[in-house]
Design a protein around this ligand. Structure first.
Ligand code: IFM
Length: 477
C-alpha cells in the first residue's frame, strides 16, 4: 500500500457486483427453468466438491437483507445479473411473470434504498433448452437473446437507466465451448469461434433495442457490455514470446473489442485461427449491428498475464498451460508466473495491469465512458474468534487497484465508476464454493452474513470518495 490518500472525482459511481447463478439459489422456485450451469454442475466431476447453484447465498429470498448490507456499505450502485431462465424458462416463448417479478421487486427495493440498479442481461446462465438447440455456436441463440432483452427492457426500463448486455463473452465462448471447463463443457474450437460471433451479435441486437429508451423520470437509457480485458505481457523480448503475446491478446481482447468498437474482426486473429474456422458464420450487416454505438464499456480486471511462445530454460514450476482461447489455434502458448504474490485463485497481483488496460481502451476509443465492473480477490477467509473476518490481503489488493484506477483518471482516462467483485462470497463456477471473493462473508449452512474488514474499508472509501492512507482504520460502520 502506498502512503498518500487519493481522492476520486465527485459523481464517481461506487458499487459492488454479483451474478444471478452465483448468488440467487432457488433454482427451481417460481417456475425458473434449468440453465446450462444447472446441468453442468450436476455432471459428476465438473464442479469442485460437487457444488451446485443451491443454496448459493439464497439471495432470491434474502435480497432485502442483502440490500440492507449494501446500505451499510454505503453503495451508490449495485451490479447484478438477470437470470434468463427465470424470465423465459424455455429460453423463448412464454414469459414467466413470477420470475420477472423478482427483478421488479429487486429494482424497487434498490431504488427505495437509494441504490442505482445496474443489471447485466447475461452472466452465463443460458436456458438449457437453447443449449439443446445448439447454444451460442448457433445464430438463433442471438435472436432469442434479443427477444429476451426486449422483455426485460420493457419490464424494467421505466426505472433502470444503466444496462449491460453480456458479462465476459470470452468466458462464455472459450471456457464454455473450447476448453470445456465452464458450462456447457464442450471442447469444440470451431464452435467457440462461432459462439464469439453470436454472443457479439446478441449484444448488438440488444443494444439497438435498449438505446433510445428513457426511464419514467426522463433519463436516457445507456448501454454497454462487460469484457474481461487484460494485459498480455511477453515473458521476454524474444520474437517467440512477442508473437505469443500478440496471439493471446488477439483472442482475449481484440476479437471482442475490434468488432464492438470498430466493426471488424482483427486480420491477424482471422489468420491465426484460419485452420479452425473461416468465420463463414458472419453475415452481411452483422458487424454493423455488433458495432452499434455503446455508451459505456465495462472492464472486469483481476490480473495481468505473461505469455511465452518458447519456455525452454524457464523454471517448469512457473509455467502454466494456456487457458480458454489458447485452445483455439494457440495450443503452444504458455503463461509464465513472475513470482508475484498470488490470490487464492493463483492469480498474480499487479495493479499496473489495470492501469494499462484502462489507458489502452481510452486511447482506442476516445471519450467512451469506462467502468471497472469487477475487480477483487479471493482469499481463504475465516470468521475469527471475535466474530469478524480479518482480510488485510484483500484490503491491500483493493487499495492497489483503486490507486491504479485513480492514476488512470489523473492521466485522462474517462473512468466513471468502480464495482468491487463481489458483494457476497458466492458460487465461483467450476471451483464451487471453495473460493471467497466477497466483501461480505457468507456461512453457507446458516446463511449468516458478516461484513469483512475489507467491506468496512471499502465502505470508508465509498463514503469519503478517498482511498485512505494505510493503517487509518477500516470501520466507519
Ligand atoms: O466470479 C467471476 C465472475 O462471475 C466473472 N468474473 C470473474 C469472477 C471471478 O472469477
Amino acid at each position: 500500500m502506498q502512503d498518500a490518500p487519493v481522492r476520486f472525482p465527485a459523481g464517481f459511481v461506487w458499487g459492488a457486483a454479483t451474478a444471478s447463478f452465483q448468488i440467487e439459489g432457488a433454482t427451481t422456485a417460481d417456475g425458473r427453468g434449468p440453465s446450462i450451469w444447472d446441468t453442468f454442475a450436476a455432471t459428476p466431476g465438473a464442479v469442485a466438491g460437487g457444488d451446485t447453484g443451491e443454496p448459493a447465498t439464497d439471495h432470491y429470498r434474502r435480497y432485502p437483507e442483502d440490500i440492507a448490507l449494501m446500505r451499510e456499505l454505503g453503495l451508490g450502485a449495485y451490479r447484478f445479473s438477470i437470470a434468463w431462465p427465470r424470465v423465459l424458462p424455455g429460453g423463448a416463448g412464454a414469459v414467466n411473470r413470477a420470475g420477472l417479478d423478482f427483478y421488479d421487486r429487486l429494482v424497487d427495493a434498490l431504488l427505495a434504498a437509494g441504490i442505482e440498479p445496474w443489471p447485466t442481461l447475461y452472466h452465463w446462465d443460458l436456458p438449457q433448452p437453447l443449449e439443446d438447440a445448439g447454444g451460442w455456436p448457433v445464430r438463433d441463440t442471438a435472436l432469442r437473446f434479443a427477444e429476451y432483452a426486449a422483455v426485460v427492457h420493457d419490464a424494467l426500463g421505466d426505472r433502470v437507466a444503466n444496462w449491460t448486455t453480456l458479462n465476459e463473452p470470452w468466458c462464455s465462448a472459450f471456457l464454455g465451448y473450447a476448453q470445456g471447463v465452464h458450462a456447457p463443457g464442450r471442447r469444440e474450437p470451431a464452435a467457440a469461434l462461432a459462439a464469439v460471433h453470436h454472443l457479439l451479435l446478441a449484444h448488438g441486437l440488444a443494444a439497438e433495442r435498449i438505446r433510445g429508451g428513457r426511464t419514467a423520470d426522463g433519463r436516457a437509457h445507456r448501454v454497454g457490455l462487460v469484457h474481461n480485458q487484460t494485459v498480455l505481457r511477453p515473458h521476454t523480448g524474444s520474437p517467440a514470446d512477442l508473437d505469443a503475446a500478440r496471439r493471446v491478446d488477439g483472442l482475449r481482447n481484440r476479437i471482442f473489442t475490434d468488432p464492438v468498437l470498430h466493426g471488424r474482426y482483427p486480420d491477424d486473429v482471422l489468420a491465426d485461427v484460419a485452420a479452425v474456422s473461416d468465420f463463414g458464420f458472419v453475415r452481411d450487416g452483422d458487424l454493423a449491428t455488433v458495432s452499434t454505438p455503446i455508451d459505456l464499456l465495462g472492464v472486469n480486471f483481476y490480473n495481468p498475464q505473461w505469455v511465452a511462445g518458447d519456455v525452454r530454460g524457464v523454471d517448469p514450476a512457473a509455467v502454466e498451460q494456456g487457458d480458454g482461447a489458447t485452445w483455439v489455434g494457440s495450443e503452444d502458448v504458455r503463461f509464465v508466473l513472475q513470482g508475484l504474490p498470488q490470490t487464492a485463485m493463483g492469480w498474480e497481483v499487479d495493479a499496473s495491469g489495470l492501469y494499462d488496460v484502462l489507458v489502452r481502451l481510452a486511447a482506442e476509443k476516445p471519450g467512451l465512458e469506462l467502468y471497472v465492473t469487477e475487480n477483487g480477490a479471493a482469499y481463504d477467509d475465516e470468521v475469527a474468534a471475535d466474530g469478524a473476518v480479518h482480510d488485510p490481503q484483500r484490503i491491500g489488493y483493493l487499495d492497489q487497484h483503486l490507486r491504479a484506477a485513480h492514476r488512470a483518471i489523473a492521466d485522462g482516462v474517462p473512468l466513471r465508476g468502480y464495482f468491487a467483485w463481489s458483494l457476497l462470497d458466492n458460487f465461483e463456477w467450476a471451483l464451487g464454493y471453495s473460493r471467497r471473493f466477497g466483501l461480505v462473508h457468507v456461512d453457507y449452512p446458516t446463511q449468516h452474513r458478516v461484513i469483512k474488514d475489507s467491506g468496512r474499508w471499502y465502505a470508508r472509501v465509498v463514503r469519503s470518495g478517498e482511498v485512505p492512507p494505510p493503517g487509518s482504520g477500516s470501520d466507519p460502520l
